[in-house]
Design a protein around this ligand. Structure first.
Ligand code: OGA
Ligand code: NI
Length: 345
């Protein structure tokens, strides 16, 4: 997501109660970035991936593909059940994530950087109210040695999660391209050789959760993002009625965001969902976002099959590196978005 304005650069402490914390001026946001304490709850399309596995009933499979198409067009968002990743692997990822955030600042500072081109980096800010560790994850053997080795089980446990999610991402790719009518193998080779970037986000308890946000409104640059969260807090913009909707907790599910590059692939048929993270005053919320893209210099182009006289091409082609260059050259807080920069005319 956007690496936003860092007008307040003090380190955000983990593990202290909200009441023990001061209220720095700089964390208060303009009213457009205030959250509701009683948000409307989203009616989240739930996709049963068990019905897409090899050997499943053809008719059932076609129904699920249609459900994916509807979800991607209407919301750009759905959640997956029966994804096949063991609950112990999901729980393990959340546990090592929170153990990492609980480490002394000196330990985490080893990874501190604002250089968006770095393959591993840690950041902390009051505005938005968040700490995060980002790292590349695929192919795993290329990157795992550069990840934190404290907590001692971080590499193994997070590595297992990343491997499982990478596998799932190829099924998601197939299902989405099939749902677009361009076939289940349209992008799989490129995604297999593509990028997986992990963002481990921590949102400590906030004394005034209604006054600010953990992640400002944004869409993800990726083809799509697979999210795991420890508790509710993610909100999506429902383009149907223009309202923020809270994604309710469903412990075993994983959430999928359509990202900018699949909006481009689909020539705007599928929507890169605008979303944000809200806060609470009681407990730290953890999320693990896995961003899936083509190779770093591989350009995402709109599928020719989806361009016609009635539907002329709407987007320029771009790569993950183009996104990073956009990020380092633009102030996201000013409302500039990568997706807008790709729109033709
Ligand atoms: C992100 C993101 C939301 C969340 O990391 O891109 O949207 O709930 N996170 O953590
Ligand atoms: Ni995001």
């Amino acid at each position: 997501m956007g690496d936003d304005d860092e007008s307040c650069s003090r380190s955000l402490p983990m593990g202290k109660t909200a009441a023990e914390r001061g209220l720095p001026e700089c964390y208060l946001n303009p009213t457009s970035h205030h959250a509701s304490l009683t948000p409307e709850v989203a009616n989240v399309p739930t996709i049963d991936f068990g019905k897409l596995k090899k050997g499943s009933d053809e008719e059932e499979r076609a129904t699920v593909i249609q459900e994916i198409r509807t979800a991607c067009r209407q919301l750009g968002f759905f959640q997956i059940i029966n994804h096949g990743i063991p609950q112990s692997v999901l729980d393990g990822a959340l546990v090592v994530a929170s153990e990492f955030f609980e480490l002394p600042d000196s330990e985490k500072a080893k990874f501190m950087s604002k250089d968006v081109h770095k393959a591993v980096r840690y950041e902390t800010s009051f505005k938005p109210w968040r700490v995060f560790l980002k790292h590349y994850a695929h192919p795993l053997e290329n990157w795992i040695d550069s990840w934190p080795n404290n907590p001692p089980s971080y590499r193994e446990t997070m590595g297992e999660y990343c491997r499982e999610v990478m596998e799932l991402s190829l099924e998601v790719t197939s299902a989405i391209t099939e749902s677009l009518g361009i076939g289940p193998t349209y992008l799989n080779k490129k995604m297999e050789n593509g990028m997986q970037v992990i963002a481990v986000n921590g949102y400590p308890p906030c004394p005034r959760p209604e006054m600010t946000l953990g992640a400002p409104p944004h869409s993800d640059h990726s083809c799509f993002t697979i999210m795991l969260q420890s508790s509710a807090g993610l909100e999506i913009m429902d383009i149907g009625d223009g309202k923020w909707k809270l994604i309710p907790e469903l412990e075993t599910a994983l959430q999928v965001h359509v990202g900018d590059h699949f909006e481009v692939l689909s020539n705007g048929l599928y929507k890169s969902v605008v979303h944000r993270a809200t806060l609470n005053s009681e407990r730290t919320r953890i999320s693990v976002a896995s961003f899936h893209s083509l190779g770093i210099d591989e350009k995402m182009k709109t599928a020719e099959e989806l361009v016609s006289e009635e539907q002329p091409a709407k987007y320029r082609e771009s790569s993950f590196r183009d996104f990073l260059n956009f990020l380092s050259g633009n102030d996201i807080a000013e409302g500039n978005t990568f997706l807008d920069s790709l729109k033709l005319a």
